[in-house]
Design a protein around this ligand. Structure first.
Ligand code: SAM
Length: 276
């Protein structure tokens, strides 16, 4: 049973009143349990004077939890026009604290939403664009980024790739990019049944914090070398990165050409990227 946290109607009523039948094309798997949305929101505390950015508020379960937990400035970016009126009712309940942007979050520059304090991004991400959104936030122009931390729900398999260590099956491009610039950890899992409709797999909430001084290499070079290396992850590196310099490049970087991509740590990938 959901707790009444704010005097607003239960989410099921909101969904019925506004005709928000979940659409697969928008990656809509809604969380209707306000205890659970509260637990997710609290992972991003303390809010202080931060601008909280929520991507994909949908009917507003997590939005309401963020506001009930004290968010003073919340910017919610939603692509599905049907949700905007429902979110407007929440904004009316919390005057001056919720700004709603109807847009595709892939096109929104988070840095432009920053006000005085830090930016914290909190979201139950649409699975179809979740990885791309994270990659955008990991590769802004310049570092440190405009955000101070990310609290994000992904499919468990994607979460495992984000936090993967060298040598593991889940280790790949995403793990190198996330590990290069952030400290990332899985906080807890959320079962399929918590969502309406239930997705096919378990989800996980991931927390990412920017490293103050990641190894200084161009993003594009690191992306090229990881794409080539993990594109043929079962092959020796001298073969998989042949087009980028192969054996000569590996020797120059002090890396055994017979190794495979998944054995290289992040510093080694950065050494290769720096030589490109
Ligand atoms: N936050 C709500 C919750 O937890 O119940 C909804 C989460 S649902 C997994 C993903 C939300 O992202 C949906 O509301 C969907 O319409 C929205 N969405 C999908 N693609 C989007 C995009 N490119 N930009 C912004 N919002 C998007």
């Amino acid at each position: 049973m959901s707790l009444a946290i704010d005097g607003l109607p239960p989410l099921r009523e909101v969904i019925a009143a506004h005709g928000l039948d979940p659409k697969k094309s928008f990656g809509q798997n809604f969380l209707l349990d306000l205890n659970l949305t509260g637990r997710i929101a609290r992972q991003a505390l303390p809010f202080g004077d931060a601008t909280i950015v929520e991507v994909g508020p949908g009917p507003g379960g997590l939005t309401r939890a963020l506001l009930a937990n004290g968010a003073q400035r919340l910017v919610a970016i939603e692509k599905d026009r049907r949700c905007i009126a429902a979110l407007g009712e929440i904004a009316g309940h919390y005057p001056g604290r919720l700004e709603i942007i109807e847009a595709d979050a892939l096109t929104v520059d988070i840095a432009r939403l920053a006000n005085r304090g830090p930016v914290k991004i909190v979201a139950n991400l649409p699975y179809n664009v979740g990885t791309q959104l994270l990659l955008n936030w990991l590769t802004p122009r310049g570092w440190p980024p405009a955000w101070s931390d990310l609290t994000l729900m992904f499919q468990r398999e994607v979460a495992e790739r984000i936090v993967a260590a060298p040598g593991s099956d889940a280790y790949g491009r995403l793990g190198v990019l996330a590990g290069w610039r952030t400290r990332a950890a899985i906080l807890f899992d959320v079962s399929r049944e918590a969502f309406t409709p239930p997705p096919k797999v378990t989800s996980s909430v991931v927390r990412l914090e920017p490293l103050p001084a990641p190894i200084d290499v161009p993003v594009a070079a690191l992306e090229r070398v990881t794409a080539a290396a993990f594109g043929q992850r079962r092959k020796m590196l001298r073969q998989s990165i042949k087009g980028l310099g192969g054996e000569a490049l590996l020797v120059q970087a002090g890396i055994d050409p017979q190794r495979r991509a998944e054995t290289l740590d992040i510093a080694e990938f950065c050494r290769l990227a720096a030589l490109l």
